[in-house]
Write a protein that binds this ligand. Sequence first.
Ligand code: FMN
Length: 332
Amino acid sequence: MYDKTSALMQRGREFLGTDHAILCGAMSWVSERNLVSAISNAGAFGVIACGAMTPELLDAEIAATKSLTAKPFGVNLITMHPMLFDLIAVCAKHGVGHVVLAGGIPPKGSVEAIKAFGAKVLVFAPTLALAKKLLRSGADALVIEGSEAGGHIGPVATSVLAQEFLPALAQDHVVFVAGGIGRGEMIAAYLEMGASGVQLGTRFACATESIAHPNFKKAFFRANARDAVASVQVDPRLPVIPVRALKNKGTEEFTAKQREVAQALDEGRIEMGEAQLQIEHYWAGALRRAVIDGDVENGSLMAGQSVGMVSSEQPVAEIVAELLSQCEDALA
Ligand SMILES: Cc1cc2nc3c(=O)[nH]c(=O)nc-3n(C[C@H](O)[C@H](O)[C@H](O)COP(=O)(O)O)c2cc1C
């Protein structure tokens, strides 16, 4: 049915064990059993967002997801999680096939620990040099994610990353492109450049199967691309990874939070590692308030620029079919 698309996605499909090489990138609080199983059941690849979960919670989430789908899905672990190796052990216990390491350079031994139980490791890399290094040292696939994406972002646009990374790596490696993809025509373009597949977040966040609060979904449906703005860093001494989210009171509060943490740093009350952890905890809490509690004023509405192309609630299967037929038409 999607012959040209399937052919170009072949390597990605084999790597993921799916019908389609489309990943739904992990979204904290959103990518739980319901959305993840719906994505995988639709023939794409769902990824559980572990975020700040404890090993016990992750254990339960994987088990619940398995009960809802027999198809492959992955788990996204944040590299700075203090219990990273315990979380890896939970993935091993369940025989998870794919682990995505996000949020920084994988710490020593983590890639090896994942490969030791037979899972494939997907990593993010901000530069081509680092990507090559990670692939040399055992990573099985790469996700390149541009600044159009929702959530934590780097400074470079997806279009530029694609031109830098794909000609250099796509011949020999599995590379997925993420950030700013809202339609299938864009998927076709990245596949033609050599990508093995793509990763989308924003487009799936408000699917029927997503447990995100109705207020969160409404905010997405109303928003335009220009409403999804990157956070600003107020203090050069406190390096904060920018986050793209819909503008609201919460984005302003984040500026205040940064000042508070920077001051504590200045006064020697906390160390840099602790400062960064506090910032990350702030985001996790703020995102929960928006996604789960529906507080779209003070919570964090993490969203990518493709939010302008999300205008109503659709079942996952319908979104996947739409993307594939747009892609197939473009390739034809
Ligand atoms: C609400 C939200 C939460 C996210 N949380 C995470 C996360 O916990 N871990 C992660 O690696 N990426 C996270 N992301 C990024 C997505 O996995 C995905 O890479 C991104 O959304 C792709 O770009 P797009 O939003 O333009 O489709 C998040 C994105 C959104 C929109």
